[in-house]
Design a binder for this molecule. Sequence first.
Ligand code: SF4
Length: 177
Amino acid sequence: MNNLTINDLYFSDVTTKLDHARNLNDLYGVELKKDAILGSQLEKLRELVMEIRAQMAGMAMFQRCSQCGSRPEGGCCSLYMANETDAIQLLINLLLGQNIIFQRDDGFECYFLGEQGCSLLCKPFFCLNYNCREILERAESHELRALEKATGDLLQAQYSTEMLILKWLKQKTGLKH
Ligand code: SF4
């Protein structure tokens, strides 16, 4: 773990990123969660994840995304998108108690796409920010405003949490680029 670099965490293939996330969780997960600042940041993140999930559920996004994803031509969650995540984001999912396993390996759709939609609690920036035309056209304007706010709040919290964890790891392990 001493030779691990920031580049490894952000620019490896997705399988390697997940291995790094699991190793970091095994080595430091308990300490990270005990850290007062990080602990409260993780709780805030959990609340924001629940808020956006409630907003999405209220807009029937899970059903719509599942229907779209089950069509032969698939939905938006392509295999290419799986590597938009990074090892620290995957570590955050693990710290929040999400058991991350590859849901599929069909050479076509994202590894994290399960029967109930995305299996990540904290998702890549692009995934959170993107809404297809179907969603945009069917939603009421107040729903889109609420979704936009929930997305912005969550992205900000995810970024802050990643920065805190990187700082912690640099101090603890001497992590470098
Ligand atoms: S939302 Fe989840 S399943 Fe869809 S592309 Fe992003 S990470 Fe993959």
